[in-house]
Ligand binder design. Structure first.
Ligand SMILES: Nc1ncnc2c1ncn2[C@@H]1O[C@H](COP(=O)(O)OP(=O)(O)OP(=O)(O)O)[C@@H](O)[C@H]1O
Ligand SMILES: [Mg+2]
Length: 382
């Protein structure tokens, strides 16, 4: 069997790639701000927000590594500590993790927050470092009315040495913080990551495919197909999941390369909810158009010219005893199906020379469903 996933570990959520595609400006900007501030002996606090899969966690980890690698700042070696506050995190559990991060293990035996902070302070004093503390998914903690953000962002007032906070959340959490903590995150200390567009996603996919897949097992067209699918959400994780899923399917079929059909299958298995119930509500015309697209895509091409699909549709309409509709109605139906998320229509030049693609579900699966439905209606001519 030809292997495609040569370095599967590079797709692991914990893997931190050295390059951050399309985010180098942000990394550079933040690094400069931290270095400047720490160089003066002052901590620097930052809040980063952005949509799902927009690279927030990756940015935080990358920054930690860069600061750590960059050597001492104002006599202190930066130590990145990453803590995910997702779900049941409380100030106490986060602080316990923070203590572990500086090499102090404290039994979770009901110490008061202030006692734990004292222990942290002693630990830092014994081994002076600058703590770069990432609190990822911090909104859960903030909503509980955390005191920790206040205590850690005002280290001089609580005699805590040097701690910089890096808060990560999908949405702005500052309105939920106390006024004093909010002021530590003035306007320049907030960064909203822009959502990845199709082009950015394709570039990310190309880079990650190069790292993890066998050369020659993927091509630009395949990556574009995946990027197009993920562009509506701008979610890089989703795009990478489709890539890995498609690679696995291609591998299991022993093909040696990822084909458009593998991408459609991977996409379908990640989102199997669309499909039958939605399909059942569609009128015969829409079903026939979808079937025509599905049949046109059986080959190695991931998109099909609209005109070719329309001709196939006309043949199918006859086969299923339906009167073929006009070009205009056909096109309107295509656009309706696109709005409902069944297919994508790419306009190449003018409206006429478009290409159609079906990224939502495997074409073969759709064909089976449509034929079963048409068959059940008993309309089919033999
Ligand atoms: N610019 C990029 N270059 C390379 N890989 C990226 C880039 N952005 C994101 N990724 C990859 O995409 C996946 C999702 O990114 P990440 O986990 O950082 O997103 P997130 O914004 O933290 O999402 P969530 O809100 O769900 O936590 C990760 O596997 C990450 O390595
Ligand atoms: Mg994240």
């Amino acid at each position: 069997m030809a292997r495609i996933l040569l370095h599967e570990e590079t797709f692991d959520p914990s893997y931190v790639p050295t390059k951050l595609v399309r985010r180098e400006t942000e990394v550079g900007l933040l690094l400069r701000r931290y270095r400047e501030s720490l160089g003066k002996g002052l901590p620097y606090h930052q809040l980063v927000t952005g949509g799902i899969g927009s690279g927030k966690t990756l940015l935080a980890k990358r920054l930690g590594e860069e600061l750590n690698r960059g050597g001492k700042l104002n006599g202190l070696a930066p130590l990145p500590i990453y803590i995910n506050c997702w779900r049941r995190a409380t100030d106490r559990t986060v602080l316990l993790e923070l203590l572990r991060g500086v090499g102090v293990s404290l039994p979770d035996r009901g110490y008061a927050l202030s006692e734990m902070l004292d222990v942290l302070e002693q630990g830092v004093r014994r081994n002076p470092r600058h703590l770069f503390v990432v609190l990822d998914e911090v909104s859960a903690l903030v909503r509980q009315g955390t005191k920790l953000v206040y205590l850690l962002s005002r280290p001089s007032e609580v005699r805590l040495g040097s701690v910089s906070l890096f808060l990560v959340s999908p949405e702005d959490v500052l309105p939920y913080l106390d006024a004093a903590s909010r002021s530590s995150f003035g306007v320049t200390h907030r960064l909203q990551l822009a959502r990845y567009d199709q082009e950015a996603l394709q570039e990310i996919l190309a880079y990650r495919a190069e790292l993890g897949l066998r050369p020659g097992s993927f091509d630009a067209e395949t990556l574009e197909q995946i990027a197009r699918t993920a562009a509506t959400s701008g979610d890089a994780r989703f795009a990478l999941e489709i890539l890995v899923g498609a690679a696995r399917i291609a591998e299991s079929e022993g093909g040696g390369a990822i084909a458009p059909e593998h991408v459609r299958a991977a996409r379908g298995s990640l989102y199997p909810t669309l499909t039958e119930s939605k399909l059942e509500e569609l009128p015969p015309l829409s079903l026939l158009v979808l079937l025509a697209v599905a049949r046109s895509l059986k080959g190695p091409k991931s998109t099909a010219p609209t005109e070719k699909v329309r001709q196939l549709y006309a043949l199918l309409a006859e086969e299923y005893h339906e009167k073929p509709v006009s070009r205009v109605t056909f096109w309107r139906t295509v656009k309706e199906l696109e709005r409902e998320g069944f297919l994508t229509a790419e306009t190449v030049r003018d409206g006429e020379s478009a290409r159609l693609a079906l990224d939502e579900i495997p074409a073969s699966f759709l064909t089976t469903l449509l034929e079963a439905r048409a068959g059940a209606k008993g309309a089919r001519k033999r």
